[in-house]
Design a protein. Structure first.
Length: 241
């Protein structure tokens, strides 16, 4: 079994270095391939990614693939590019401002272990994320939840094949993960939290550096409400508080 790991980035090179470096240093006992979409970075990210991929792919290993967009097409489009480029049973999507805890060599194996029958997506936990996946969440239900935040989530490719691509009306990004969670549940899949997988998350560094983050969140929450109905969204949010 090989797990595909997808990362998208736009500038923020230092965070991307930490993210990819932590994956390569700490992912043991399970084969993986990294797919990175660079959304038109201008801070040296493009050159660094090519250099790292060249080293990672020495002797035909094929461990890292890079897609360069000439301009920023949006985070949601980048995720869809990753989906269309991958073929293995599981796809893990990570934000480029995340970092694997040093020495946690079996984090990915534990994520995969949660992908039991009928599970469409598994989300890691952190102390810097909203909703059910925050380690301080008072949610007292079982590990199955109505939505996941995609800072680090593992997707079942069979579920993706049935559900399709993410909705690009949510570009440049935010709330597309909640929307996709609802789509997965609508198609009969369940969503699960991996409470034993903690990921360091610096939270929305790219968005906050390039957009009016508060405005972006409000606009995409409005789109989400229009698509699914205010009641559906409010019930899901109430459960997470």
């Amino acid at each position: 079994m090989i797990v595909d790991i997808g990362i998208r980035c736009f500038n923020q090179l230092e965070y991307t270095k930490r993210c990819i470096g932590s994956i390569m240093e700490n992912t043991k006992n399970i084969p993986y391939t990294i797919f990175v979409v660079d959304n038109g970075s201008t801070d040296g990210t493009r050159e660094w990614l090519d250099e790292v991929a060249l080293a990672a792919n020495a002797e035909g290993a094929g461990r890292m693939h890079v897609i360069h967009n000439e301009k920023n097409l949006g985070s949601v489009t980048a995720i869809n590019q990753i989906i269309l480029s991958t073929s293995h049973e599981f796809l893990l999507i990570m934000d480029n401002d995340t970092e694997i805890i040093r020495g946690d060599h079996n984090w990915l194996r534990r994520m995969v272990a949660h992908m039991t029958h009928g599970v469409g997506a598994v989300g890691a936990v952190s102390d810097n994320v909203s909703g059910f996946q925050n380690v301080t969440s008072s949610f007292t239900g079982n590990e199955f939840v109505p939505y996941l935040i995609s800072f680090c989530w593992l997707l079942n490719k069979y579920a993706i094949d049935q559900t399709g691509l993410l909705d690009e009306q949510f570009n440049p990004g935010n709330s597309e993960d909640i929307d996709y969670s609802f789509q997965l549940i609508k198609n009969g899949w369940t969503l699960k939290i991996a409470k034993d997988v903690f990921i360091k998350h610096y939270c929305s560094r790219t968005f906050k550096a390039n957009f009016d983050y508060d405005v972006l969140v409000k606009e995409n929450i409005k789109k989400l409400s229009q698509k699914w109905g205010q009641g559906v969204l409010e019930r899901a949010v109430r459960m997470s508080t």
